[in-house]
Write a protein that binds this ligand. Structure first.
Ligand SMILES: NC(=O)c1ccc[n+]([C@@H]2O[C@H](COP(=O)([O-])OP(=O)(O)OC[C@H]3O[C@@H](n4cnc5c(N)ncnc54)[C@H](OP(=O)(O)O)[C@@H]3O)[C@@H](O)[C@H]2O)c1
Length: 314
């Protein structure tokens, strides 16, 4: 598939885990996992300046230096809304190259969206990225942002989307109409969509999808995914990622070990039948309603956002 002018496979990778802060990670195992995935058919990796305060970008930068085929995406937080280009420069220095620069979340309500999007366009003009996109923009904000972009297209919106959190569905239709790709973060619901119990990493503490997995409706979703996996002789993660492909989203699972890397690669070769997609759709129907997360960021001023992220060690 294509994200703007970037040719990518059906599944990418997310590298929040490589920040270390909010996840329990064995870094030597993590390195092997990314190397396996990037050398076996996966050609997209997403990171962000806030993951480990630059540590994830540095980690990814080393990996992609010898892998020119890999499309590199990162996200700038823009805590200082006038200084986004500086953030983009720092990210590019850590990564070596940036193919897709995304705004990590919408600005607070008092910062005009169009001003921020113009700054993103300036990053293309300055040669800091090939393509620009956003993250955590709901339908209304995305429609507005699309009208702000005058010189370059916004090619993607990275939002939470998984079988336990389907509130982004209106964006899928809009993406086809307005020409942008929905990149799905937490595509496995942080693991909760594919297994009965998940670890106690801090990253999971506030995720509503992880809590929903423990409700009767949530357990039905997990059981449905596992039943299809057993029938197909596939891993539950591959089934979920293939479901994303059928829905038209671009999933970027965060992996921690080589087994998980293999299952992400496995997903690039698995196609679900219409009936299987319907089974998951029906089981996860209770989770279509709701709003994108974390919407609360729009009412928190930039300097407080920065303080919160520093204290939380994301
Ligand atoms: N734009 C944003 O605001 C935003 C927010 C969050 C994330 N993201 C991006 O999206 C990426 C993915 O999201 P995420 O890491 O939150 O959630 P995720 O991809 O749904 O889940 C990742 C976790 O699931 C478990 N897992 C991975 N592969 C598995 C497999 N094959 N089978 C079973 N469990 C597996 C691993 O944890 P265990 O091994 O501990 O079980 C892993 O840490 C991030 O790395 C980041 O790049 C973006």
């Amino acid at each position: 598939m294509k994200i703007g002018g970037l040719e990518v496979g059906r599944v990418g990778l997310g590298a929040w885990q490589a920040g270390g802060g909010a996840w329990h990670v064995d870094f030597s195992e993590l390195k092997k996992a990314y190397e396996y995935a990037l050398d076996n058919g996966i050609n997209f990796i997403d990171t962000a300046e806030v993951y480990g305060n630059g540590r994830s970008e540095e980690f990814v930068g080393v990996l992609v230096r010898s892998r020119p085929h890999v499309v590199v995406a990162t996200k700038v937080a823009g805590f200082h809304w006038g200084r986004m280009l500086k953030s983009a420069e720092r990210s590019r220095r850590r990564l070596g190259r940036v193919d897709l620069l995304q705004l990590h979340w919408p600005p607070p309500f008092y910062v005009p969206i169009c001003k921020v999007i113009r700054d993103m366009e300036k990053a293309v003009e300055a040669g800091l990225t090939a393509e620009i996109g956003v993250s955590n923009f709901d339908l209304g904000l995305m429609e507005k942002a699309k009208t702000c972009a005058k010189k370059y297209e916004l090619v993607s919106d990275q939002v939470v989307y998984n079988a336990l959190h389907r509130a982004a569905e209106p964006l899928l239709e809009a993406g086809k109409r307005l020409g942008f790709v929905v990149i799905a973060w937490s595509p496995l619901a942080k693991g909760a969509a594919v297994k009965e119990a998940v670890g106690r990493d801090r990253a999971r503490a506030l995720d509503p999808a992880v809590k929903r997995a423990q409700t009767p409706e949530g357990r039905r979703v997990v059981a449905t995914i596992r039943r299809i996996a057993e029938r197909r002789g596939a891993s539950p993660a591959a089934v979920v990622l293939a479901w994303h492909a059928a829905k038209g989203t671009y999933p970027i699972p965060g992996i921690k070990n080589t087994t998980q890397a293999r299952e992400a690669v496995e997903a690039t070769r698995l196609t679900l039948t219409e009936g299987e997609v319907r089974e998951i759709d029906e089981a996860s129907a209770p989770f279509v309603a709701g709003s994108l997360w974390p919407g609360v960021m729009r009412v928190i001023p930039g300097f407080l956002q920065k303080l919160a992220f520093t204290l939380a060690r994301v």
